[in-house]
Design a protein around this ligand. Structure first.
Ligand SMILES: [Zn+2]
Length: 224
């Protein structure tokens, strides 16, 4: 199956009628959040970044925060979500672990953003050339075992690598990207195991979408 088709099939997003009363009287929807992220990435690609980091913004946020999206991303230094989406203080609720994996603590952070802050959109953001994904594949194929707690991280990606390897014929570079895609989808599946997240999705107040960052700077949303 072609990657593009794969991405479309694997998209999990419930964009309709997701309305939450935040930002004063202005209703915030998952669709609006997604559009803001896309516009922000477009500005970033053009080098037009201008995030709001002003003293006025800091002051307004001292009362409360109303982030409009949760980003579950990789710790990779090249992919800071606030920069690549051109967002300022108080805009994004970010959880980052190498390989954009989630453990129970990361899940708790996502749940907090949904249950307590009313965030309507969760983006699982993987990326091209992910070192954690490569290391996980290498640990399976090359017996290149990682030491310390790095192994714990790689173990979370291994099921995706194993499932891709069952029917894969291609180059090693292609394999890494296929596993990165599968890992994004697997993390979405893990998020949906959460009762709080599942409930939000079923009620139509929460959307979860996968996305992938190319090292050239562009974010492609699954199903886009
Ligand atoms: Zn990475």
């Amino acid at each position: 199956m072609k990657r593009r088709h794969c991405l479309v099939l694997l998209m999990i997003a419930i964009m309709a009628a997701a309305t939450l009363p935040v930002h004063g009287e202005q209703p915030l929807t998952a669709g609006m959040s997604l559009a803001w992220l896309m516009e922000g990435n477009s500005r970033y690609l053009q080098g037009l970044n201008n995030p709001d980091l002003s003293p006025e913004r800091r002051e307004s946020l001292a009362v409360a925060q109303h982030p409009f999206a949760v980003i579950v991303g990789c710790s990779d230094s090249r992919i800071p979500p606030e920069h690549i989406f051109d967002q300022g203080l108080g805009d994004l609720f970010v959880i980052r672990l190498a390989g954009n994996v989630v453990d129970t603590l990361a899940l708790g952070s996502v749940e907090y953003a949904i249950a307590e802050l009313g965030v309507p959109l969760v983006v699982v953001l993987g990326h091209e050339g992910c070192g954690a994904v490569k290391a996980s594949v290498r640990s399976l194929l090359d017996e290149a075992e990682a030491g310390g707690h790095i192994a714990d991280l790689l173990d979370l990606i291994k099921p995706s690598a194993e499932s891709v390897l069952q029917s894969f014929a291609g180059t090693r570079a292609e394999l890494y990207e296929r596993v990165a895609d599968a890992n994004i989808t697997a993390v979405i599946g893990q998020l949906l195991q959460s009762e709080i997240i599942q409930q939000g999705a079923e009620e139509g107040v929460l959307s979860i979408v996968g996305a992938k960052y190319s090292l050239g700077g562009e974010v492609t949303f699954f199903g886009e």
